[in-house]
Design a protein around this ligand. Structure first.
Ligand SMILES: [Zn+2]
Length: 300
């Protein structure tokens, strides 16, 4: 193992750098419910519009291929490729918006059909965006042979790229997000790396040793950033269920309270002072004579 790296910690909501100490405090102490991480509805509308645009470009690719339209300024073959590329670009951007929306407002697992559909919409649209073109090209006997070969190969490659980019490899359900948000009230950490899928409870988690920059934020922010699962190392270290984030021994409240008492020493001191003040009259009455004698003793 190479040397452990020092982390630069950045806030997910503000983008500002956070000190290690402040981060540690906010990760273990319960805080007020986080502000919503975004609105899923505009993202879904954007996704649908882009997907419709992608299908539109597919139709244009078909029309160009079969000589129904001709833009003149470049060869037909290139027109076909250009429309397929535009088709792919709109498809991929639309799918990213859809996935983001799914991570902000996930579908409930209780409605199995909707849950499946919501998580596979990107894949379904990918098929719609390229397969009709491929079928039409392959079944048309009059199509130019070169157009047929190049068009089919290009569309199949784009179908694969589009499918890989549109599929949600890290799906999350409403129940999963609700559980995590209920059980993990403090801030969590995650990496900026492209393949990252987990969020962490501890800044010094062993799986973060090689990471330079960490993001800190609420669980909802982590899930919205595509970090949908609790790290198994962190879960074991904190004695939590990796699927729900719940403590394996005892209720959430008791353990959070324990963490608060440990961390928030100023509050603890005020509480002690208050207790002393409340108890003061009784103590004075009972201990006053003793106190007097004790004070007099050295003098005598
Ligand atoms: Zn971890």
């Amino acid at each position: 193992m190479s040397e452990k790296k020092e982390h630069k910690i950045v806030s997910a909501s503000t983008g500002a750098q956070v000190s290690k100490k402040a981060a540690a405090a906010s990760s273990q102490v319960a805080k007020k419910p986080a502000a919503p991480v975004g609105n899923a509805t505009p993202l879904r509308i954007g996704a649908i519009l882009l997907w419709l645009l992608a299908i539109g470009f597919e139709v244009l690719a078909v029309l160009v291929t079969f000589g129904k339209i001709d833009l003149k300024f470049m060869p037909t073959l290139w027109q076909m490729i250009a429309f397929l590329v535009l088709d792919l670009i709109c498809l991929i951007i639309g799918s990213q918006l859809w996935k983001k929306a799914n991570h902000i407002k996930p579908a409930s697992e209780k409605n199995k059909a909707k849950f499946w559909l919501w998580n596979n919409m990107g894949l379904i649209v990918t098929v719609l965006a390229f397969v009709p073109f491929i079928i039409l090209l392959l079944t048309n006997k009059n199509a130019d042979k070169k157009m047929k070969v190049v068009g089919t190969v290009a569309a199949v490659i784009m179908l694969l790229i589009g499918g890989l980019a549109s599929y949600d490899w890290n799906p999350v359900s409403k129940e999963q997000l609700d559980n995590y948000e209920k059980n993990i009230t403090g801030n969590v950490y995650w990496t900026n790396s492209l393949g990252g899928k987990k969020f962490h409870l501890f800044e010094d988690c062993q799986s973060l040793n090689q990471t330079e920059e960490l993001v800190i934020g609420s669980v909802a922010e982590a899930v919205a950033a595509n970090r949908s699962g609790l790290c198994a190392f962190c879960a074991r270290r904190d004695n939590r269920n990796v699927e729900t984030g719940a403590y394996l021994d005892g209720s959430v409240e008791t353990v959070v309270e324990a963490a608060e008492t440990e961390l928030e020493t100023p509050e603890q001191e005020t509480e002690q002072q208050e207790t002393e003040q409340q108890e003061a009259p009784e103590t004075e009455q009972q201990e006053a004579p003793e106190g007097e004698t004790a004070e007099e003793e050295p003098a005598a």
